[in-house]
Every structure is written in structure tokens, then in C-alpha cells.
Write a protein that binds this ligand. Structure first.
Ligand SMILES: Nc1ncnc2c1ncn2[C@@H]1O[C@H](COP(=O)(O)OP(=O)(O)OP(=O)(O)O)[C@@H](O)[C@H]1O
Length: 256
């Protein structure tokens, strides 16, 4: 169970600041969706939270600064799946997902039965079992995407950061993935932050949404509070109608 707190975070590349003024708290088992137009800084923010970019401000997990944790403990604390991963192409799907277990292996680095069970469950849940022995470079885009997510989920970290996890996935595989993440947060108390372009999916899974525009927070609240036609017009230059499911969840319909 991990509570994540981001305090006045700013980050960028070389001398250019891309995101700034970001503060947010995600309770243990909570789900924060980061949304915003192309180039707004969502991926940069996620990388900065993961500790992969130079930044100012603070990221605390259960009150402890993330960067103060030893490397191995940090890997058990926070897992990150990038939008465009660099893959070691020679590996098989199973061996690649097993890499996610590295922070949990014993001193000799051998994987045990419990590690293999975690990997097998993910292969099943993400519809990858038939590809278990395939080399990564032979996978389709959606298969590769599910494999990358499986590796991040195998890490069983308390905080899960997923950058556009449904990109390239068909609607069924996208739902299966988000359902699995949702189960992890209810069963294990995993705290989740995802960037998502699909605003309807974001509204269905996240407790809260943080809208980033031009590198700064433009709106933060429940999906119903953030996803209004006015906000979408202002920040996305989009024409939309906001419908609602019988449960009251917003459904974003583009209009002509
Ligand atoms: N490695 C980099 N070096 C320099 N600038 C970068 C780098 N990566 C991203 N940027 C710039 O930072 C800004 C924010 O990029 P980022 O990828 O965080 O946006 P995003 O909101 O995730 O966009 P998208 O929705 O298009 O994926 C953009 O102007 C981008 O060109």
C-alpha cells in the first residue's frame, strides 16, 4: 500500500522546463489519470515522477522521498512502462516479462516458483500465452505493448506508472488490461497513475483526472468535474458532447 505525493514538481530536458507547478496526492489504491493535448508534458511528468529525469520538487511514497530509496527498493516501490520502450530484441516474451521480477530475486538472482507464477498469470491475463516463447522483434505492435505492460505489472510495485498503456490495443485488449490494473489496485492496493488519450476510458477507470496544458495543471478533480465541453474546447480545441453512462460516468462524444 503506497500513498504517492508530488509536491511542486518541475522537469524538462537540458535547459528547457517542460512541466512545472505540479502537485498531486494519490492515496494508496487510488488511480490518477493524466490527460492533456499532444505535447502538453504528460510523458515528461510521468518520467519525472519515476525519477528518470532531472527535476525540482518532491516525490514522496508513504512520506519518504523516492530518490532517497536504495535502487532495489525503489524498483519494488515504483514501476514505469514507457510509451515508446527500448526493447532488447533478442529476448523471448517470457524472459522479458521475467525481467520485471529482478527486484524480488534472491542474492543469486535465480527466479523461484512464485516469480514464474506471477509471469504465467500475466501471460494468461494479457492474452500472451501463445506468444510466450516468441522473440520480441517478431511481435505485432499491440502484442509488444501488452508485453511491455506485463513486465511493469510483474514488478508488483506499490506504485504503477503507465504511459499511454492502451495505445495500439484493440478495445477488448484495452479493457482487459485496464481491468487487470484495476484488480491489482483493489487486491494489492496498488496506486496507479496513467496517461491516457482516450478520455472516456480515463473517466471509467481513474478516480481523479489531472489535465495538463502547456506544461502546467489546468484542471484537477473527478472525471465529471474535469471533462466538460468547455474545458475540452479550451484545451484541446475540440468540439464534443459529454454524455453519461447510467452510472453517471462521462462519455466523450466528438461532434461535427
Ligand atoms: N527528449 C526530449 N528532449 C527535448 N524535448 C523533449 C524530449 N521529449 C519531449 N520533449 C518535448 O517536451 C514537450 C512535452 O512532451 P511530452 O512527450 O511530455 O508530451 P505529451 O503530453 O506526453 O505528448 P503526447 O500526447 O503527444 O504524447 C514537447 O514539446 C516535446 O517536444
Amino acid at each position: 500500500m503506497s500513498r504517492l505525493e508530488v509536491r511542486d514538481l518541475a522537469a524538462g530536458y537540458r535547459r528547457t522546463t517542460v512541466v512545472s507547478g505540479v502537485s498531486a496526492t494519490v492515496d494508496a489504491g487510488g488511480w490518477l489519470g493524466i490527460i492533456g493535448p499532444n505535447g502538453a508534458g504528460k510523458s515528461t511528468l510521468l518520467k519525472a515522477i519515476a525519477g528518470l529525469l532531472g527535476r525540482s520538487g518532491e516525490v514522496l511514497v508513504d512520506g519518504r522521498p523516492l530518490m532517497s530509496l536504495p535502487r532495489r527498493e525503489r524498483a519494488r516501490t515504483i514501476a514505469y512502462a514507457p510509451q515508446i520502450p527500448q526493447l532488447p530484441m533478442g529476448l523471448t516474451v517470457t524472459d522479458y516479462i521475467l525481467l520485471g521480477r529482478t527486484p524480488h530475486l534472491g542474492p543469486l538472482g535465480w527466479e523461484g516458483q512464485s516469480d514464474l507464477e506471477v509471469v504465467n498469470e500475466l501471460l494468461t491475463r494479457l492474452d500472451l500465452t501463445h506468444l510466450a516463447g516468441r522473440a520480441l522483434h517478431t511481435l505485432s505492435g499491440g502484442e509488444r505493448q501488452r508485453t511491455v505492460l506485463a513486465r511493469a505489472l510483474a514488478q508488483r510495485a506499490g506504485v504503477l506508472l503507465l504511459d499511454e498503456p492502451t495505445t495500439g490495443l484493440d478495445i477488448g485488449h484495452a479493457q482487459a488490461l485496464l481491468d487487470l490494473v484495476d484488480e491489482l489496485r483493489t487486491e494489492l492496493g496498488t496506486t496507479v497513475i496513467t496517461t491516457l488519450h482516450d478520455l472516456t476510458l480515463a473517466a471509467q477507470y481513474a478516480d481523479d483526472l489531472l489535465l495538463i496544458a502547456d506544461g502546467t495543471p489546468a484542471a484537477h478533480g473527478t472525471p465529471a468535474e474535469v471533462l466538460t465541453p468547455d474545458t475540452l474546447h479550451t484545451h484541446y480545441a475540440a468540439r464534443t458532447e459529454v454524455l453519461h453512462t447510467p452510472h453517471g460516468t462521462p462519455v466523450i462524444a466528438p461532434t461535427r
